[in-house]
Design a protein around this ligand. Sequence first.
Ligand code: ARG
Length: 443
Amino acid sequence: MKIWQKNIDVDALVETFTVGNDRVLDMQLAAADVLGSLAHTKMLNSIGLLDREDLDAVQQELKLIYREILDGRFIIEDTVEDVHSQIEMLLTQRIGEAGKKIHAGRSRNDQVLVDLKLYFRSEIQRLVSLIEGLFRQLIRLSEANKQVLLPGYTHLQIAMPSSFGLWFGAYAESLVDDLELLKSAWKVCNKNPLGSAAGYGASFPLDRTMTTTLLGFDDLNYNVVYAQMGRGKTERILAQGMSAVAATLAKFAMDVCLYINQNFGFISFPAHLTTGSSIMPHKKNPDVFELVRARCNKIQALPNEIALMTTNLPSGYHRDLQLLKENLFPAFQSLAECLEITTFMLDYIIVKENILDDPKYDYLFSVEVVNNEVLKGVPFREAYRNIGEAIENGTFQPQREVHHTHEGSIGNLCNDQIERMFEDVKAAFHFERVETALAELLS
Ligand code: ARG
C-alpha cells in the first residue's frame, strides 16, 4: 500500500520500473530522513499542528528508529515505495494516529531535498577528514625529502631541477584549492529547503527558520520554487568539488605510475604493495595507482553526467531527479577509498636519492648556468646565447648546484604557509555547529 494510493492498483511493471534501485540507495538517506522528521514535527508542534502528547510519542519513536538505522536493523520493505514512506509507516504502525499527522505541510519532494542535504553534509565531512589525512601525509613527505632532487619536465622533456619536497608539497597545496571548491559545495548544501513542500510552499504558517536552526543549517533556501530547483544543482556543485579532489588524485597517481616506471625509476614501493603478472615472473605493477587514476577519472565525469540529466528540466519536481542518486552516491565511497589507499600507500613510498648525478640530467642545470652569468653582469639574452652555443658545441659545463630561495621554490618550500591555508579553509566549514545542532535534536 503506497502512502499516495487511492483505489487503483498500480501495474506491477510500472511499479518495478519506477522504483528501480531507489530503495537500496534510499537506505543511505534513512538517518537523514529521521533527522528531518524530528525537526519538522517539533516545528509542527510550535505552530499548533501537533499537540504535546503526539509530539512526544513521535519524537521518542523516531529516535528509536534512528538507533535501528545505526545498528543495521532498519530495512525498506519490498512493498514500500521509499524510505520516506517506510519511516512514516513504521511510526503509524507503532504509535498510531500521531504518526499520521506528521506529513502536514510537507511533501516527499522537500523531504528528499532536506534528506539529501543532510546526507551530503555528512559525506562532505567524511571526505574533508580523509583529505586532511592525505594532506598531512604529503606535507610530512615534502619536509622529509626536501633535499632530495628530482628532474623537472616540460613537454615530458627534462627541463629544470625539482625536488621531492616540491613534488609532494605541490599535491598538498592542490588539495587546499580543492577544499575551497568543496567548501563552496558545503555552503550550498548547508541551506535548508524544508518547508518548500512540493515546491510551492504550504498554507500553514510553517516556521522554516526554526527547522533551519534545529538542523544546524546556516540559512534557508528562501524561495520555495528555487528550493526545489536546488535538486540537481546541489548535486552538480558537489560533484564539481569532488571532481577537483579526484583530479588531484588522478594526476598524482599518473605521476606515480610514471616515476615508478624503470625508465624513470625515481620511486618504488615494497613488493607486497604491488601486483604481479600471470606470465612475466619479474612484474611488480602499480595497480593501486592505476585504479586510483581510473576511479578518479570516472568521478570527473560526474558533473557532466548530472548536467546532462538536469539541464533541460523545467522548474518543479520531476521523477528524473531520483536517478541522480545512482550517479552520485557510489562516488562518495569511491573517492573516500581512493583517498584512504593513497594515504596508506604513501606510508611506504621509497624515494631514490642522487637521481640527478646521472649525466643524462646535465642540461637540467642550463638555466642555473645562464643565471650565474647574469649575476656576473652579462645581459640575460647574451648569457642564454653563450650557453646555448656551449651546449651545441659540446663544451657545456653543468654546475650541479641550485640556488632557488624565493617563495615556493626548492630552497623555500613554504609548507608552513600551505598548512596555514589548509587550516583556514577547513575552519570555514564550522562542522562543530552542525554537530552541536544534531546532537541536540537527537538528545
Ligand atoms: N524517490 C523520490 C525521489 O527521489 C522521492 C520523491 C517522490 N516524489 C514524487 N512526487 N513522486 O525523487
